[in-house]
Ligand binder design. Structure first.
Ligand SMILES: [Zn+2]
Length: 202
């Protein structure tokens, strides 16, 4: 749904298809924002994500949720969580600047990670998304494992703080297969988050 709010989409001619995609995107946002308000009013949590540059951040329904007590936004670069892809010039980390909106502060603080290039002398290369094919675009639509773990950990902390979850009630169970067994492709290539250098996955 976020494609309808891409800055690139704004450059497209306003054809019927573009208008329809935008309309559907706005309707979807209206729907999810109503759910966020219900979650907040019942003392529950929500987490919303769109690209940092998406035009949807300026829409009234998003601003209404943002104005509610306890709602915060946080920006992250997904290369800091190990998102990578392959294009014509090889493998590289993907910056994919992303903005999150949530009322779960324990999740927000864990998502607050920026590209290490901003502070490090050693720079890693970013994948040029404009050169990605459809398959490559699908790969970078998946959240990296470290990012999904950050959300899960934050959620567990929030629920434990509210007394709705004991420390041992969330997390991997011994009867569940490990992630490396269910998604071995995540472990085929591991990269140094700072330099982008491919590491020995073994
Ligand atoms: Zn980076």
């Amino acid at each position: 749904m976020c494609a309808a709010f891409s800055p690139l989409m704004a450059l497209n001619p306003k054809t019927d298809n573009v208008r329809q995609a935008t309309e559907q995107g706005v309707q979807h946002l209206f729907f999810v924002c109503e759910i966020y308000k219900t979650q907040i009013s019942r003392g529950r949590f929500f987490l919303h994500e769109h690209p940092k540059a998406a035009t949807s951040w300026g829409l009234w329904m998003i601003k209404e949720v943002l104005a509610m007590e306890g709602v915060v936004t946080v920006d992250c670069d997904q290369c800091a969580f190990g998102l990578w892809c392959t294009n014509g010039v090889g493998e590289a980390l993907v910056k994919k600047p992303t903005k999150w909106m949530t009322n779960a502060k324990a999740i927000a603080v864990r998502l607050d990670r920026k590209c290490l290039n901003e502070k490090s002398e050693e720079k890693h290369r970013h994948c040029d998304l404009l050169k990605l094919d459809k398959k490559g675009m699908r790969v970078i639509e998946r959240y990296p494992v470290a990012l999904a773990n950050a959300v899960s950990k934050g959620q567990r902390v929030e629920l434990a703080q509210k007394g709705e979850l004991a420390t041992l009630e969330a997390g991997s169970h011994v009867d569940e297969p490990d992630v490396w067994q269910t998604h071995p492709e995540y472990y085929e290539s591991i990269y140094d988050a700072n330099s982008g250098t491919k590491l020995d996955a073994g």
